[in-house]
Write a protein that binds this ligand. Structure first.
Ligand code: GLA
Length: 600
């Protein structure tokens, strides 16, 4: 059996071993393409694949675990092993990763006193069942049991959040108690404060660094910390940021391939590394995360292309070729594979007004005052609040107390206001009929913050928190429709479309030239989410910078393919197009946006 040890260097079967790894998140790539991506990873010269394991993916509701299909982490690890790759796993309760809530499950929000990522016994009590379920599955695939898993992460950049060593120790104990015997590690910024707050070198837990440049300087910072603590540890960059992620209405962030290659040349000569990302993939469904700047929330886009070494859709890039040339001095390389692409169109077959189908896709619930979506055991998607108000005037002042994230207000089923960010912090005027008016407030959850101080904040609860005021009183007596949109197959065939009312489901028949990867062009759309054959492809928004939704071929069928789009802001065209290449949108905000040195 292979042995793997961490001394002042990594030892594989007692021989020095340089880990050349790439991050590939199984949850961002269609499972039918795992093999393709892993093959290209190996072909580039990597000997290891690294993946996070998001808690919220595997325990979407408390106590309900899912390891099926695209969540079959064991299958992903087995495929890697069959290709001769080793595996690094990061199943920490928090993963950051530009993933919804940094991997924390939304249902934690129903425990208002819980303090995440601390020794709070309530938090640790909720982590334990997840650890039990995931670690018992990973255990037989450890290198110590004959499998390919080399190492396992305890926490993710904990030094960028907290400094409670006893919390890290509690996790280590839980991990070991579940039978994990491979080396454990933490990963943090490489400067003194983060290493001091987030690592556990004093307990013999390997500390790795996260950085995208200045390899010699960053490794020497880490060495200085190890020397001070009197420990001997190998140098590893756990996240070599080769690109960066994107947010709405900001220009795409790209990194020069040549500059990246220079850093790689230096880094690989000095230590071990993990490309973050090797392939970014896609935030399918409602699983994108959200950045924050001050108290402002900046949701991330569906594409997690990351300007990485493989594109979002798995093709090698210029950076891939440059990396391969460098890595060929260290390991065998071979020709990567490329998948075919296709184009086509879609024809509108029917359009349905949200108000006409509410009862088909949701069960109304009555409350005296609005509550957040989590209170209804709903964690993603949209939620609609309805009430009737009496108005003696043609205009009324309205105010929403604590609404997240994007709000559409309808008076008598007509869209009259869209509110977002700062607009939600102030009152507004609404045109009314004299007499009774039906008020509908549709609220979109655009993804929870995955990094920084807002990780634990009131705004992580979505929908309406406190209530809606008209004139100067809170309105009571509400009907609430939860809209997680996980049941759109319930939409019937016989509905009408009224262009006056936003919030429509548009149904298209898809005609592609062949069954191959394709890109739905969203440049003429407004804002919404698309479903292909019932699968949620993710959100889109025409503020850019991304003008497409990527459709991997395994989601398509020969012949009949149905696309349903839920669009909240625009009337969609009769004919839509699918391209054989990605399309982009010039964002309004063309500030020379600088790549940050830490995630924001
Ligand atoms: C940090 C986190 C990652 C990711 C990157 C930015 O290093 O650990 O999960 O958020 O930043 O992409």
């Amino acid at each position: 059996m292979t042995t793997f040890n961490v001394t002042s260097e990594f030892l594989l079967d007692n021989e020095p071993f340089k880990i050349i790894s790439g991050a590939l998140h199984y949850f961002r790539v269609h499972p039918d393409y795992w093999e393709h991506s892993l093959y290209n990873l190996k072909a580039m010269g990597c000997n290891t694949v690294e993946t996070y394991i998001p808690w919220n993916l595997h325990e979407p509701k408390e106590g309900e675990f899912d390891f099926s299909e695209g969540r079959d982490i064991n299958k992903f690890i087995t495929l890697a092993e069959e290709l001769g790759l080793y595996v690094i796993v990061r199943p920490s309760p928090f993963i950051c990763a530009e993933w919804e809530f940094g991997g924390l499950p939304g249902w934690l929000l129903n425990y208002p006193d819980m303090i995440y990522r601390t020794t709070d016994s309530l938090f640790l009590e909720k982590v334990a069942p997840f650890y039990h379920e995931i670690l018992k599955r990973l255990k037989p695939q450890q290198v110590t049991e004959g499998g390919p898993i080399l190492m396992l992460q305890v926490e993710n950049e904990y030094g960028s959040y907290g400094n409670e060593k006893e919390y890290l120790r509690s996790l280590v104990k839980m991990i070991k108690d579940e039978g994990i015997t491979v080396p454990l590690f933490t990963s943090d910024g490489s400067w003194d404060e983060t290493l001091r707050a987030g690592s556990l070198v004093e307990d013999g837990i390997l500390a790795t660094g996260n950085f995208g440049s200045k390899a010699a300087e960053n490794f020497s910072n880490m060495q200085a910390y190890f020397d001070e603590k009197n420990v001997e540890m190998p140098m590893m960059c756990m996240e070599f940021w080769d690109g960066w992620f994107n947010r709405y209405n900001e220009p795409i962030i790209r990194r020069s391939p040549q500059e990246f290659a220079e850093v790689l040349e230096e880094m690989v000569s000095l230590g071990s590394l993990n490309f973050y990302m090797f392939q970014g993939g896609t935030n399918f469904g409602f699983m994108n995360g959200c950045s924050s700047r001050g108290l402002k929330r900046l949701p991330q886009v569906t594409s997690y292309d990351y300007d990485a070494l493989l594109t979002e859709w798995g093709d090698p890039t210029e950076k891939y070729k440059l990396a391969q040339a460098i890595l060929s001095k260290y390991s065998p390389v071979s020709e990567p594979r490329v998948l075919g692409k296709t184009s086509g169109s879609g024809q509108l077959t029917k359009a349905t007004n949200l108000f006409d189908v509410l009862d088909k896709i949701s069960t109304p619930q009555h409350v005296m005052y609005p509550k957040t979506m989590e209170a209804f055991d709903q964690y993603y998607g949209y939620i609609l609040y309805r009430t009737t108000v009496y108005s003696a005037k043609k205009e009324q002042r309205g105010l929403l107390m604590g609404a997240q994230d994007r709000v559409h207000i309808f008076v008598n089923q007509k869209l009259v206001k869209t509110l977002y960010q700062e607009e939600l912090l102030t009152d507004f005027m609404l045109d009314m009929e004299i007499g009774d008016n039906q008020i509908d407030i549709l609220v979109e959850n655009m993804g929870r913050v995955n990094y920084g101080p807002l990780l634990q904040s009131e705004g992580q609860r979505k929908g309406i928190q406190r209530g809606f005021m008209m004139d100067i009183h809170f309105e009571s007596d509400w009907t609430v429709y939860t809209l997680p949109l996980d049941n759109i197959e319930k939409l019937s065939n016989d509905a009408s479309c009224d262009g006056e009312k936003a919030g429509h489901f548009y149904h298209y028949d898809v005609m592609l030239n062949e069954v191959a990867d394709t890109f739905l062009d969203i440049t003429e759309f407004g804002k919404g989410v698309a479903f292909l054959n019932g699968v949620n492809l993710g959100r889109y928004w025409n503020v850019g910078p991304i003008g497409y939704l990527y459709i991997p071929a395994p989601l398509l069928r020969e012949g009949d393919n149905k696309l349903v789009i839920f669009e909240t802001e625009k009337e969609l065209p009769q004919t839509i197009s699918f391209k054989d290449h990605p399309v982009y949108i010039e964002t309004e905000n063309q500030d020379n946006f600088k790549k940050p040195t830490a995630p924001i």
